[in-house]
Design a binder for this molecule. Sequence first.
Ligand SMILES: N[C@@H](CCC(=O)N[C@@H](CS)C(=O)NCC(=O)O)C(=O)O
Length: 213
Amino acid sequence: MPPITLYFLQASRSIRTAWLLEELNLDYTVQFSDRVNQKAPEEFKAASGNPLGKSPMIRDGDLTVYESGVISESGKVLPLDRAQRVKVRQWVHAAEATFMLHSLAILYARWNIPSDAPSGTVEAAEKGMSTNVQNDLAWLENELSSSSSSSGKFLCGESVTAADIMMQFSADFILARELGTKGKEYPAIRKWLEVCKGTEGYKRAVEKTGHKL
Ligand SMILES: N[C@@H](CCC(=O)N[C@@H](CS)C(=O)NCC(=O)O)C(=O)O
């Protein structure tokens, strides 16, 4: 048995950790669960050992680690050079604390505003919250437009870093669910997403987990 177990909830951030483990060439087993009514089933949450029941979670020997960001800051995907490392970590944190924070607000409005609310309530909430998401995506689009012409095809250079591993899911999720993106085009983001999805590590992660959004 490989020492690492990945708790993988379908259609979730768990793909980040599967991609990471593939990039690091680590052997691991996967405990899967599909969603039930958009949520992780209670038995899966309990088995994962994460107090919040959220995925991904890994068990590595007697160590359990949750939060995809901290898991991603591992091995060769975190550059040793101080300036590069800071830049990569900036994207690692932005992936959750900026991009997911702003976009999930829209998804939660869609899920939680009661269906008998006055007509147009969800749309108005969504419109108000789109400004943050569009600013975030404009930042990423600009960064990718300038970085691909100067320093490489990935977010922070010529090879996959934790920045790609974390940000790929955030951007893919926002575009797939159209969270505040109506009427906007993001060609550099879409091109980079294809580059990420075309890496051998990402393809192996999808093959192993069946990840789909
Ligand atoms: N900040 C955490 C977020 C984890 C999280 O919210 N995971 C979601 C899936 S993307 C989850 O497990 N949801 C299941 C549920 O709430 O039932 C991370 O990056 O790992």
